[in-house]
Design a protein around this ligand. Structure first.
Ligand code: CMP
Length: 140
C-alpha cells in the first residue's frame, strides 16, 4: 500500500446544490484526509487548461462551460491508495453506471454534471495538484 495524494474537484452542479459537506464526508468516512482545500471560481483559462487533454472531444466546450457555471472546491486528498480509493468513492463517470453509495450515484445529474472530478493516475494526480496548489498550501 502506498500513501498517495490525489486532486479532487467538487464541481459547480454540486456546490450550487449545497452538497459540499456531504461530499467531503464521503471522502473522510472512507479514510481520506483533506490536506488542502479552497473554494474558487475558475477562470476560463483555468478550465480550458485543466481539461486541455479533452480538447478534441465533442463534449469539450460543454465540459468547460459546466466548470465555469459556479464555484468549485478544489482539494488534495491523502491516504493509502488515495487515487484509486477516490475513484471508488466517486463511482463511474456516468452516474447511470455508478454503484450504490457512491457520490455520483447519489448526487450526479448527468455524465457532464457529475458532481466531482478525481485524478486518474499518479502522473495526472501530480500534475493536477500542481495546477491548483503550491507546496506550502498543502498541509499533511
Ligand atoms: P471528469 O472526471 O471531470 O473528467 C472529464 C469529464 O468529461 C468527465 O468527468 C465528465 O464530466 C465529462 N464527460 C465524459 N464523457 C462525456 C460525455 N460523453 N459527454 C459529456 N461529458 C462527458
Amino acid at each position: 500500500m502506498a500513501l498517495e495524494r490525489t486532486l479532487s474537484i467538487i464541481k459547480p452542479d454540486a456546490t450550487k446544490r449545497n452538497l459540499t459537506g456531504k461530499i467531503v464526508a464521503k471522502f473522510e468516512d472512507a479514510g481520506l484526509r483533506v490536506v488542502a482545500s479552497k473554494r474558487i471560481k475558475m477562470t476560463r483559462a483555468q478550465a480550458e487548461g485543466f481539461y486541455a487533454v479533452h480538447k478534441d472531444r465533442p463534449f469539450y466546450g460543454e465540459l468547460v462551460e459546466q466548470m465555469l457555471a459556479g464555484p468549485v472546491v478544489v482539494q488534495v486528498l491523502e491516504g493509502e491508495n488515495a487515487i484509486l480509493k477516490n475513484r471508488e468513492i466517486m463511482g463511474a463517470t456516468n452516474p447511470a453506471n455508478a454503484a450504490p453509495g457512491t457520490i455520483r450515484k447519489e448526487f450526479a445529474l448527468s455524465v457532464g454534471e457529475n458532481s466531482v472530478h478525481g485524478s486518474d493516475a499518479p502522473e495526472t494526480a501530480a500534475e493536477e495538484i500542481k495546477f491548483f496548489f503550491t507546496a506550502d498550501e498543502i498541509v499533511g
